[in-house]
Design a binder for this molecule. Structure first.
Ligand code: NAI
Ligand code: MG
Length: 330
């Protein structure tokens, strides 16, 4: 049943529970019959503390020829906040143009839901526009602009319509057009214009504050959601919280043009509080591995792994026991 192809994967286990959960993801992918040609990269907070390295340009250039990057989590309490986020995660997103951040949310039971959020991943409030004036004085000023290009919004929106066409043909734009009258207007116009090309897709619009209520009270209404970088960051954490928690939340950072690798990682961080104890739930990392296989064209293996994870999502056990159970379920 295995695929004859082999894929070149850059593996960044990272810090804390990162390497523990990635080990299970690789174990399950192997059990599914997929051959990966992996190269390990020692990057993250611990590496930074060791020798000051964050993400060298030659490593980034090496990655350009890989099929994908599989990442655990990066960050340690010893490293100043923001340094690794900006120097590694954001640098990767920007330099490799990973402009779609995809996060699926699924819950079984009495009121099941199954939707996907597309977060624009390269612009908005996270683009780094802004600065200080009179820093450190009582008259200090900080500005942090939100950068929205028509091209950037449109390509995320277009990905949303394409994804909706492969799902239940419904796409919701989330923004705050009533107050953010410039960026909201650009997003809304781009959305409405692209919608004309997809007459089969029904559309909706929610203000982001209303979306927070619907995510909790009525997530069944969603199929695909598209939104900007900041709103998407917050909404996807909320989505995770209403869909089984952080131990199950998977994500993909995609370059849909495929002129370089895409990156796959669990939503959670390095969880220093439980690191090294085999207490982490590896399901989020395993599901992120399944998203990687799906993007590489191994959709049958991806579906089998996802189904096995669904079957094991309530399981109590050590990190490696859960990985073994998922492998056994394939
Ligand atoms: P976190 O996600 O690491 O932990 C939050 C809470 O969730 C903790 O109580 C942790 O034990 C629990 N948790 C997380 N993943 C779990 C899993 N798989 N199974 C069971 N419990 C789990 O977020 P926190 O504490 O804010 O950040 C810790 C470090 O991780 C920081 O250095 C932060 O910068 C970094 N981080 C890195 C991310 C990334 O690499 N993409 C994303 C978020 C945080
Ligand atoms: Mg976040």
């Amino acid at each position: 049943m295995g695929s004859a192809k082999s894929y070149r994967i850059a593996v960044v286990g990272g810090d804390g529970i990162g390497p523990e959960v990635i080990a299970e993801g690789l174990k399950v992918i192997k059990a599914a019959g997929i051959t990966l040609d992996t190269s390990d990269y020692d990057l993250g907070g611990a590496r930074y503390v060791k020798d000051g390295t964050v993400l060298p340009d030659d490593v980034l250039d090496e990655w350009r020829s890989f099929d994908a990057i599989y990442l655990g989590a990066v960050g340690t309490p010893a490293v100043p906040p923001g340094l690794i986020e900006r120097g590694l995660l954001l640098k990767m997103r920007f330099e490799l143009d990973l402009y779609v951040n995809l996060r699926p949310f699924k819950k079984a039971g009495e009121h099941p839901h199954d939707f996907v959020v597309i977060r624009e991943n390269t612009e908005g409030a996270y683009a780094g526009e802004g600065g200080f004036l009179r820093k450190g004085t009582p008259h200090e000023i900080a500005t942090q602009g939100s950068v929205n290009t028509r091209m950037g919004a449109e390509r995320a929106i277009r990905f949303g319509f394409e994804l909706a066409m492969r799902r239940n043909k419904h796409l919701t734009l989330v923004h705050k057009t009533n107050v953010l009258t410039f960026s909201g207007d650009l997003w809304e116009r781009a959305f409405n214009e692209v919608a004309l090309e997809y007459p089969e897709v029904t559309t909706a619009y929610n203000h982001v504050d209303a979306a927070c209520i619907y995510f909790v009270q009525d997530p069944q209404r969603y199929d695909v959601v598209v939104t900007d970088n900041l709103f998407g960051d917050i909404l996807t954490d909320l989505g995770g919280a209403v869909s089984g928690g952080i131990g199950l939340a998977a994500s993909a950072n995609l370059n849909p043009t495929r002129n370089g690798p895409s990156m796959f990682e669990p939503v959670h961080g390095s969880a220093p509080d439980i690191a090294g104890q085999q207490k982490a739930n590896p399901i989020a990392a395993i599901l992120s591995g399944a998203m990687m296989l799906d993007f590489l064209g191994e959709s049958a293996a991806a579906e089998r792994i996802t189904a096995a994870c669904d079957a094991c999502s309530e399981m109590i056990g050590s990190t490696s026991e859960i990985g073994d159970a998922v492998s056994a379920h394939l």
